[in-house]
Design a protein around this ligand. Structure first.
Ligand code: SAH
Length: 218
């Protein structure tokens, strides 16, 4: 594994300036992103670009989310310290690492075996405690529900209903919904105290598709 140098730390501070300029305000999110070494979640050939505000290819034809998107989705959860969060689409493990660095209890699901294994390795190496599952995120993690918040980091063709049933009342599901040929619309969905479903749209983003069932790569 590569190391975290003062150069990387300096690049992270530059990245935080960009995130603030784009509107990210949550200091806990920014603090965590200032600490997690994103370059270690990328293929070494992209290491020099790790602190650009851009998405990059990772294994299994997937992408690591753009830092702005990670910050935006994390901020959109609107949860307090120690919250229990489920992520769908572990990918590189970077988003899960940011959540764990913030002190949340993190659960994450990935359907690509290669990425499940890679992310497990890096999260363990960094000493970040995350409960990982190799499986289909459409099903969520009922055994560990209910969650204070759920983040989906792949484009859902429709609102994943099963996930809504795994939220505490008031807990928000942050999910990009839409066709993968176009941008998707970020949705925040929750149930209010009276049991009514509430929904807010939060702008356009672009993600790789959320697919059903697992891919073992064989
Ligand atoms: N959060 C990731 C972003 C990864 S891209 C990061 O920080 O790097 C989205 C990921 O969602 C891909 O790894 C893809 O394999 C995964 N994915 C797609 N559909 C899924 C599903 N139904 N269940 C679990 N993971 C899924």
């Amino acid at each position: 594994m590569g190391s975290d140098t003062t150069r990387h730390q300096g690049q992270r501070l530059q990245l935080l300036i960009q995130l603030r300029a784009r509107g990210i305000q949550n200091e806990s999110v920014l603090e965590a992103m200032g600490k997690v070494p994103r370059h270690l979640f990328l293929d070494s050939s992209f290491e020099q670009y790790a602190y650009r505000d851009a998405a990059f290819p990772i294994r299994a034809h997937q992408t690591i989310s753009q830092p702005y998107t990670v910050a935006f989705q994390t901020e959109a959860l609107q949860v307090g310290p120690g919250a229990k969060i489920l992520e769908i689409g572990t990918g590189s493990g970077y988003q899960a690492a940011v959540l764990a660095q913030m002190g949340y209890k993190v659960f994450t699901i990935e359907r690509q075996k290669e990425l499940f294994d890679f992310s497990k390795g890096i999260l363990e190496t960094l000493g970040l405690r995350v409960t990982q599952k190799f499986g289909d995120g459409f099903k969520g993690m009922p055994a560990y529900a209910p969650f204070d918040g759920i983040i989906v980091t792949a484009a859902a063709p429709i609102l994943p209903e099963a996930l809504l049933t795994q939220l505490k009342p008031g807990g928000r599901l942050i999910v990009p919904v839409g066709d993968v040929e176009e941008d998707q619309v970020m949705h925040a969905v929750w149930t209010d105290k009276e049991g009514h479903r509430k929904e807010e749209t939060l702008g356009q983003f672009r993600f790789v598709p959320m697919l059903k069932d697992v891919d073992t790569g064989r």
